[in-house]
Write a protein that binds this ligand. Structure first.
Ligand code: MGD
Ligand code: MGD
Ligand code: MO
Length: 692
C-alpha cells in the first residue's frame, strides 16, 4: 500500500457516515500517512466540497484520543477506566463470558446493537452472519427511515422516489420536515439551480431552521399535524378541480373514498389542527397543484412522531392527486436506498436465509427497557455494540444508562472513540476509520456507487467491522465457512444480482473507475405511468392492506398531540420538544471533539417569546427542562426560531460531557411510531422553568 518513500499517492474513496450525501473523496498519502483528504471535484454530486465535519476528517483519523488497542475495564461501569490488553486476551475474555452466558441462559441472552456508524455496505451488515449463527436475540434496527419508508409504501408500494438530482427540473419544491442545508448540504446547489430557473422553494417545519430561513416561503405547522395540512391541501385541490382526473382514473384506487374523507378537512379545520392560517393552506394547495413540475422532498424529521407513518402515507397522496409524477422533476423523493438496497444481494450478504425468525426481536429504540426489565426471560446478559452509540442516541437515556451500568451485563463495544457507550464497556475493541478499510457505499441521497479503497493501513491494532466478526467467530469455535469470507468476497456477493440497476457493476470495474452511476435512464420517472408496486398495482389512496391490519385505510390526521386524549400529559408538560440534527455533529459523532463543539456553540433550549414570558425567562437564563423521564439543564435562547408551544434543543451532545450527565435523549420517549418501527422521539412533551 505504501508507495516509494516520499512519493505522494492519491487513493479514491467515499465517506461512510450516516448521511444522505455519501461524498466521494480523494486521499493523498505519503509514506503510509494520509496528508490530505478532499472532495472529488469530478463527482457531479459532491463537486469537490465536503461538509463542516468531514473537512476535518483526518483530525478524526489521527485524533490522539482514538482507541487503537483493545481495552479491558478496570473501574466501575461508566467511569471510563481501562487497561490495554492484547487482542488474544480480549477475545478469550469475551468468548469465555459469552460461552458461560449461553450455557446458563441460552443464546438469546445475547443481543447485537449496531447501527449505521459506517454505512458502507459490507461494514454496515458485518455483524449479521455472526449473530444469526449464534442464535442471538434479533435487533430491530429501525431508528431511522423504516417508518418513513413504510408510510410511503402504504400509498405507493415502496419508498421509491425520483433521482434527487432531477430537482433541477422542478419549479415548485416543498422541503417537508427536512433541514437540507444542515443534513443534506450537497442537494442545496441543485435546489439553487432550480431556483435560478424560476423554482419556488417552500419549507414546512415548525422551526425556522437555516433551510427555512433560506427558502422563499416558510410554513410552520404544529409538530405532528402534517397529515391535517396535506388533507387540507387535498380538500382545496379537489374542491377547486385542480386534481388530475386522468392520472387518478388510470393509476390510482380509492379516489371516491378519499374525496369523502376530504369533506372532514376544509381549510378552516386544517387551520385549527395545524396552526397554519386557512388562507395560507389554500394558497399552498393552489400553487402546488398548478405549478409544474412540483416536487416534495422528505427525509426523516416527520417520522419521529407517533403518527409518523400516517404523515408519510398522507403526503404521498398529493403527487398522485395532482399527477405530479408525470413530469421530470415532479413527484416525491426521499431515500435512494428504497431503490438501491433491494437491488443489492443483501440476502446473500447477510445470509438472512439462515435467520431463525422465531427468535424474539427487540426494537433498538427500546434498549433501555430491554436492559432493565425484570420481566424479560431470558434477560439480556451480553450486548455487542458496533457502529452505534446507544448511550446518547437512544431515547429514554436515563433508562439506557441504568441498563449499561449493570455489573452483570457483558458489554463489548467496537469503536474509534471512548463514547458514552464505550465508557460502560467491559471490553472496548478498536475500530478502523473509513480510510483504513475496504467497502462500497450505497448512498441514500444519490444514485452513484463508490468503491472505498483503504488509503492507509489500520492504525494501531484497529480492525474493521468485518474483521472483528471473523475474529469473534474464530474464538467462539465456529467452523462455518461463510463466517470467514474476505472483504472482497463479501463485496462480490453483494453485487451478485440480476437487478438492472446494478447491471455491469463489478468490483473489478469499480477498481478501475472508482465510482459508477447506477443504471437508471437519464430521464427516469418511476411512476409517470403508474407501475406502483402495491397489491392493486395502483397508487392506493384507499388501502385494503392497512384496513386488514386494523388501521385506517384512508389518510387521516391521527395525532393525539392537539388534545388531552393521551393521558393528560399535555397538561403537565405542555411544550412539545424537537431534538433535531446539528450542523457540526453527525448524530453523536464528533460531539466530543473540541473543534466541533466550539463551532456548534453552547447548546441552548430554543423557546418562543410568548412561552418564555409566561415563565419569566429571558435569553441566556439557565433553565431546567423536565418531564416524567428526566431533566436537562442548559441555557435558553428566546426567539421566534420556534413557534409558541414548541421548544427545541440539539441532539448529539454526549451525556458525559453535559451538565449533570444528561443530554437531549434524557427527555425523549421510547414509544414507537404507528407502524414501521421507528422511535417517536420528537413526540415528547416537557415543561421548562428557570434554574439557579
Ligand atoms: N449535519 C448533520 N447532517 C446529518 C445528520 C447529522 O446529525 N448532522 N444526521 C443524518 C441522519 S442519520 C439523518 S436521519 C438525516 C436527517 O435529516 P432531516 O430529516 O433533515 O433532519 P431532522 O433534524 O431529523 O429533522 C428535520 C426537520 O424536521 C422538523 N420536524 C420535526 N417534527 C416535525 C413535524 O411534525 N412536522 C414537520 N413539518 N417538521 C418536523 C424538525 O424541526 C427539523 O428541522 O440527516 C443526516 N445528516
Ligand atoms: N433525540 C434524538 N435522537 C436521535 C435522533 C434525533 O434526531 N434526535 N436521530 C436518530 C437517528 S435518525 C439516527 S440515524 C440515530 C444515529 O445514532 P447512531 O447510529 O448510534 O449514530 P452515532 O451516534 O453517530 O454513532 C455511531 C458510532 O459509530 C462509530 N463508528 C463510525 N464508523 C465506525 C466503523 O466503521 N466501525 C465501528 N465499529 N464504529 C464506527 C462512531 O464513532 C460513533 O460513535 O440517532 C437517533 N437518535
Ligand atoms: Mo438517521
Amino acid at each position: 500500500m505504501n508507495g516509494e518513500s516520499g512519493q505522494l499517492r492519491v487513493i479514491r474513496g467515499a465517506c461512510s457516515h450516516d448521511c444522505p450525501d455519501t461524498c466521494i473523496w480523494r486521499v493523498s498519502v505519503r509514506d503510509g500517512v494520509a496528508v490530505k483528504l478532499v472532495g472529488d471535484p469530478d463527482h457531479s454530486f459532491t463537486r469537490g466540497a465536503l461538509c463542516a465535519k468531514v473537512n476535518h476528517y483526518l483530525e478524526r483519523v489521527y485524533a490522539p484520543e482514538r482507541v487503537l488497542y483493545p481495552l479491558r475495564r478496570t473501574g466501575p461501569k461508566g467511569e471510563g477506566k481501562f487497561e490495554r490488553v492484547s487482542w488474544d486476551e480480549a477475545l478469550t475474555g469475551v468468548s469465555n463470558r459469552l460461552k458461560q452466558i449461553i450455557d446458563e441462559f441460552g443464546p438469546t441472552a445475547v443481543i447485537p446493537y449496531s447501527s449505521a456508524g459506517s454505512q458502507g455496505v459490507i461494514q454496515l451488515f458485518a455483524d449479521r452472519r455472526f449473530f444469526t449463527r449464534l442464535g442471538a436475540t434479533r435487533l430491530e434496527r429501525s431508528i431511522c427511515g423504516d417508518t418513513a419508508g413504510a408510510g410511503l409504501a402504504a400509498t405507493q408500494g415502496s419508498g421509491v422516489g425520483i433521482d434527487p438530482e432531477d430537482i433541477v427540473h422542478s419549479r415548485f419544491i416543498i422541503l417537508w420536515g427536512t433541514n437540507t442545508i444542515v443534513t443534506n448540504l450537497h442537494l442545496w446547489p441543485f435546489i439553487r439551480r432550480a431556483r435560478d430557473r424560476g423554482a419556488k422553494v417552500v419549507v414546512i417545519d415548525p422551526l425556522k431552521t437555516r433551510t427555512a430561513a433560506a427558502a422563499d416561503w416558510h410554513i410552520r405547522p404544529l409538530p405532528g399535524t402534517d397529515s391535517a395540512l396535506a388533507l387540507g391541501m387535498m380538500h382545496v385541490i379537489v374542491s377547486e378541480g385542480l386534481h388530475d382526473d386522468d392520472y387518478l382514473r388510470r393509476y390510482a384506487v380509492g379516489f371516491e373514498q378519499l374525496r369523502a374523507r376530504l369533506e372532514e378537512y376544509p381549510p378552516h379545520r386544517a387551520a385549527e389542527l395545524t396552526g397554519v392560517p386557512a388562507e395560507e393552506i389554500m394558497r399552498l394547495a393552489r400553487e402546488y397543484a398548478t405549478t409544474k413540475p412540483s416536487l416534495i422532498r422528505l427525509l426523516i424529521g416527520l417520522e419521529h412522531n407517533r403518527n409518523g407513518a400516517m404523515m408519510f402515507r398522507t403526503i404521498a397522496c398529493l403527487p398522485v392527486l395532482t399527477g405530479a409524477w408525470r413530469d421530470r422533476g415532479g413527484g416525491l423523493t426521499r431515500s435512494a436506498h428504497a431503490a438501491t438496497m433491494p437491488a443489492l444481494n443483501l440476502r446473500g450478504l447477510t445470509r438472512s436465509d439462515l435467520e431463525d425468525t422465531s427468535i424474539r426481536s427487540i426494537n433498538m429504540a427500546q434498549i433501555g427497557a430491554a436492559l432493565t426489565s425484570p420481566a424479560l426471560k431470558p434477560p439480556i446478559k451480553a450486548m455487542i455494540v458496533c457502529g452505534s452509540n446507544p448511550a446518547v442516541m437512544a431515547p429514554n437515556q436515563q433508562l439506557v444508562l441504568e441498563g449499561l451500568r449493570r455489573e452483570d451485563l457483558l458489554l463489548v463495544v467496537h469503536e474509534l472513540f471512548l463514547t458514552d457507550t464505550a465508557r460502560h464497556a467491559d471490553y472496548v475493541l478498536p475500530a478502523t476509520s473509513q480510510i483504513e478499510q475496504l467497502d462500497i457505499v450505497a448512498s441514500w441521497g444519490h444514485f452513484y456507487l463508490p468503491l472505498n479503497e483503504p488509503a492507509i493501513p489500520p492504525l494501531g491494532e484497529a480492525v474493521s467491522n468485518t474483521e472483528l466478526f471473523r475474529r469473534l467467530s474464530k474464538c467462539m469455535g465456529f467452523t462455518d465457512e461463510y463466517l470467514y469470507e474476505s472483504d472482497e468476497q463479501l463485496i462480490e456477493t453483494a453485487l451478485r444480482t440480476d437487478n438492472t440497476l446494478l447491471q455491469g457493476v463489478t468490483l473489478e470495474r469499480l477498481r478501475k473507475e472508482s465510482w459508477l452511476r447506477l443504471n437508471l435512464p437519464d430521464d427516469w420517472r418511476p411512476f409517470a405511468a403508474g407501475d406502483f408496486p402495491t397489491p392493486s398495482g395502483k397508487a392506493e389512496l384507499y388501502s385494503e392492506s392497512l384496513q386488514d391490519r386494523g388501521l385506517d385505510p384512508l389518510p387521516a390526521h391521527t395525532s393525539r398531540r392537539a388534545d388531552n386524549s393521551d393521558g393528560g400529559r399535555r397538561k403537565t408538560y405542555p411544550l412539545m420538544l424537537i431534538t433535531g440534527k446539528s450542523l457540526h455533529f453527525l448524530n453523536t459523532s464528533y460531539a466530543h471533539s473540541s473543534r466541533h463543539r466550539k463551532a456548534e456553540g453552547e447548546p441552548a433550549l430554543e423557546i418562543h417569546p410568548a412561552d418564555a414570558e409566561a415563565r419569566q425567562l429571558k435569553s441566556h437564563d439557565r433553565v431546567r427542562v423536565f418531564n416524567e423521564r428526566g431533566e436537562v439543564t442548559l441555557r435558553c435562547s428566546v426567539s421566534d426560531r420556534t413557534r409558541p408551544g414548541v421548544v427545541a434543543m440539539p441532539f448529539g451532545w454526549w451525556a458525559s460531557l453535559s451538565e449533570d450527565g444528561r443530554s437531549a435523549n434524557s427527555l425523549t420517549t421510547d414509544e414507537l411510531a404507528d407502524w414501521g418501527g421507528t422511535g417517536a422521539l420528537y413526540d415528547t412533551y416537557v415543561e421548562v422553568e428557570g434554574a439557579n
